[in-house]
Design a protein around this ligand. Structure first.
Ligand code: F6R
Ligand code: MG
Length: 366
């Protein structure tokens, strides 16, 4: 078994919120556990863990079927749709919005977020999975840059000979649906020039320059746009492999000690700090936020998930949370003004077309 490849598949979906878009219902989460437990009992998957971040359900599954496997995606789809039925019975909020109606062979494009990594397990395989809520996939750009390319964050980039040659980043242009790979350290400036535009360029994966070993992957599928709005939207996930020539667990976590500003929050139309929280604090109550990130650490052992450890349940992140609360107070005082409110073209919910339509005839040419 040890020489077989393991696939770690992470799926996220919003199947209905407990009190608006704040949290999830325990019955929904339990149902997901039962579904995956029965798939594990039938030896169809090796292991699973179910989490939730605010109103999103998160499935972490290990198996040996590879990425984009139809049956694994179907299992996740059936799990989400059965959870949606419970949410519908309980009349949880917006239960019908997170998933399209029909499974077509792959979850990408049907609503759920998908991040998958296939790898040959090392002698010990520490992995950290992150889930965020009230933001989009560009939220990982800054921490991924810091983890894999910034020696002020990751000491190993200069202390560990195995990391001296750096990492390759794949960046997706989500407007044009194109991708480019850039190598660091030599192309750091090109990388930053793109990755700083978080609403357009999304870092989707990272691998080692030497040997091309996969190090990180982001869930970042393009949304289907219907009538100018995403048909179904999902919250971003990130998988990072750690240690032994990859950034240490602590270097990965260090990147989240700064609660950087991300786009999303209320009505997916505001900038706010990404607050790192333990599992039990992933409930976005204030102004539907501020945006949250949770982190689950696992040892992947012969395709089994040993863990999780709740990585942000640690007083060393108290200051980041305090800063996020201070930044929240400061930003909220801007009300409907930019840059707290996103530029018009980046607002997911905008009444501007309606407003403009009602007053357009009153504009006078200057
Ligand atoms: C943001 C989010 C919430 C909702 C807001 C309005 O991603 O989910 O902030 O946008 O609560 O929700 P509706 O339009 O359902 O009333
Ligand atoms: Mg949601």
């Amino acid at each position: 078994m040890a020489d077989k490849h393991t696939t770690l598949s992470v799926f996220t979906a919003d199947v209905g919120g407990l009190v608006g878009h704040v949290s999830s219902h325990p019955e929904v989460v339990d149902n997901a556990r039962e579904r995956l437990s029965s798939a594990k009992a039938k030896k169809f998957i090796s292991d699973y863990h179910v989490l939730r971040c605010c109103d999103d359900l998160e499935l972490v599954i290990t198996h040996q079927c590879g990425v984009d496997d139809r049956e694994i995606h179907e299992l996740a789809w059936n799990t989400f749709t059965s959870c949606r039925e419970i949410a519908q019975d309980l009349k949880l909020y917006a239960w019908s919005r997170g998933l399209l109606d029909e499974f077509t062979g792959n979850l990408r494009g049907l609503g759920p977020g998908v991040a998958e990594l296939e790898f040959l397990e090392r002698s010990s395989e520490p992995v950290v999975v992150f889930f965020a809520n009230k933001t989009g996939p560009g939220a990982w750009n800054l921490p991924l840059y810091r983890i894999f390319a910034d020696p002020f964050n990751t000491a190993g980039l200069i202390c560990d000979p195995a990391m001296l040659d750096g990492f390759t980043f794949t960046i997706q242009d989500i407007r044009e649906n194109k991708a480019i790979t850039l190598k660091t350290p030599e192309e750091t400036h090109f990388l930053l020039a793109l990755a700083g535009s978080t609403s357009r360029y999304v870092i989707t994966s990272v691998s080692r320059n030497v040997g091309s070993e996969a190090a990180a992957v982001v869930s970042s599928q393009k949304y289907d746009i219907i009538g100018g709005r995403p048909a179904a939207r999902n919250e971003p996930a990130l998988i990072v492999r750690c240690q032994s020539g990859l950034p240490a667990v602590g270097e990965v976590m260090e990147a989240f000690s700064f609660p950087h500003l991300v786009s999303g929050w209320m009505r997916a139309s505001h900038a706010g700090p990404l607050m790192p929280v333990p599992f039990y604090e992933a409930n976005s109550t204030r102004f539907d936020g501020p945006p949250r990130v949770i982190s689950a650490g696992f040892q992947v052992t012969e395709s089994h998930l040993i863990g999780p450890h709740d990585m942000f349940d640690d007083p060393s992140f108290d200051e980041a949370r305090k800063t996020a609360n201070k930044v929240t107070d400061y930003l909220r005082r801007h009300g409907p003004f930019q840059p707290h409110r996103l530029p018009q073209e980046e607002m997911e919910y905008s009444s501007m077309p309606v407003v403009f339509d009602r007053i357009k005839d009153r504009f006078k040419k200057l």
